[in-house]
Design a protein around this ligand. Structure first.
Ligand code: ARG
Ligand code: ZN
Length: 417
């Protein structure tokens, strides 16, 4: 609460002209020299590189999204100007949006139907998990799959809406990366939608009649908590590392899929630090153990991230084509087409290494290699206007279009023999 108040007063001070608000800049370097300067800026000042995720991936003519907190925004903008690097202010009032994202987290989490269209603190999400399991004792079970570095429980909700034997299952995890707040919001929304629209919506009924769901709302609770209390732009988990004061491992580089090769970093101070060995982190190990022990029933794997609006299929850890690439490609293409048709919004789709860049050690590729042949990562809204600071008013749209993609893909998988 203290932190929420201090962020609110900062935003007010910025409006009153007493304080520089945090900003997000869009910069497209045009020469190799500018690339080098940007790499320096993004590591030396207290900035948050939004896109690409690591300075190594800054390239000529590729758009860079850079978050500058209030105390460094003027310094960095001056520096860019001195080097004739053109920049556009994408978001002049970042503090105000952060304030908006943290507001409305009402004391009574059940207040009104807007609960799913707001962001929630970690404590409120734990309460919600508890309440959901208690309110639907015959349909929902909270399964403890492990605990985080700071010993917070990792609960997955198992949704099983009827008693048919030998059902297949789908796994969905949210919140691997702490700052991607729309991701946990989607997991909550998805559980709520499933419970409310079973026997109401035809597709959802057909899906839930034939498929169980495991939903892990926050895979990285320590990081998520930290984004609410200390640093909104934190990405990794919060485990301390030997021989350095830098903290945290990128959980989506910590899985055993071409672990720590090009596209991940072995430097604990980097945002894409791969950890000291595959599954070195309790959070990734918990998920990997659960998937290993349920791989006979789990047929579909999905990891929810943001931002950039992409439906990603394996591989991201190499340029190889997945064995059932054309089948997977057809699924994400159809899902993207549906989103365009119903919501007039654009999602790009394809193999991660081709549509983004090499990013080894990801959960999707690992799950795929384990034998879960329908494996996906979604990057939800938006395409960069708000980035990680997606306002609460956009949660509903972001969740609905992602839900449409989930439904489309699950129904396709269910057609398979
Ligand atoms: N933005 C995500 C990341 O950097 C992309 C995930 C795609 N899958 C992957 N295995 N890298 O982690
Ligand atoms: Zn992510």
């Amino acid at each position: 609460a203290e932190c929420i108040e201090s962020s609110i007063s900062l935003a007010k001070a910025a409006r009153d002209g007493l304080y520089f608000s945090g900003q997000v800049l869009s910069i497209t370097p045009t020469t190799q020299e500018q690339v080098e300067i940007l790499k320096n800026v993004s590591t030396q000042y207290e900035t948050g590189l939004w896109q690409p995720v690591s300075p190594h991936n800054i390239k000529e003519l590729k758009q860079v999204h850079l978050y500058l907190p209030g105390n460094s925004s003027e310094t960095v903008k001056n520096l860019l100007q001195r080097h004739n690097i053109a920049h556009e202010v994408m978001l002049p009032n970042a503090d105000e949006i952060i304030e908006m994202q943290m507001r409305n987290d009402s004391g009574d989490p059940r207040s009104g139907s807007t609960f799913y269209y707001r962001y929630h603190t970690l404590e409120d999400i734990y309460d919600w998990i508890n309440r959901t399991a208690n309110d639907y004792p015959d349909k929902v079970k909270a399964i403890l799959v492990g605990s985080s570095y700071e010993k917070r429980p990792l609960y997955a909700l198992k949704l099983s809406l009827n008693n048919r034997p030998n059902k297949k299952a789908m796994w969905i995890d949210c919140g691997i990366h702490a700052r991607e707040w729309i991701s946990p919001a989607f997991c909550l929304f998805f559980v709520h939608y499933s419970l409310s629209f079973y026997n109401v919506n035809t597709e959802m009924t057909q899906i839930l009649d034939n498929m169980d769901f495991y939903v892990l709302p926050v895979m990285n609770p320590d990081g998520y908590k930290y984004t609410w209390t200390n640093r909104r732009m934190w990405r990794k988990n919060r485990s301390p590392q030997k021989g350095t004061s830098c903290i945290g491992v990128d959980l989506n580089r910590n899985f055993d899929a071409n672990w720590c090769t090009t596209g991940a970093s072995s430097n604990p101070c980097d945002e894409t630090y791969c950890g000291s060995f595959p599954e070195s982190e309790p959070e990734s190990q918990a998920v990997a153990n659960f998937l290993r022990s349920h791989k006979e029933s789990i047929q579909i794997y999905l990891s929810i991230h943001s931002y950039s609006q992409m439906l990603i299929i394996p591989y991201s850890c190499s340029m190889d084509e997945a064995e059932n690439h054309s089948e997977l490609y057809e699924m994400v293409k159809t899902a993207a087409d549906e989103i365009r048709r119903y919501y007039r919004n654009t999602y790009t789709y394809g193999a991660g290494a081709h549509i983004i860049y090499l990013a080894p050690g990801g959960s999707d590729d690992w799950a795929y290699n384990l034998g879960i042949k329908y494996s996906f990562t979604f990057e939800l809204q938006d395409r960069g206007r708000y980035g990680f600071l997606l306002p609460p008013s956009h949660i509903q749209g972001a969740c609905n279009e992602a839900l449409l993609a989930v439904k489309t893909i699950v129904l396709k998988v269910m057609e398979k023999p």
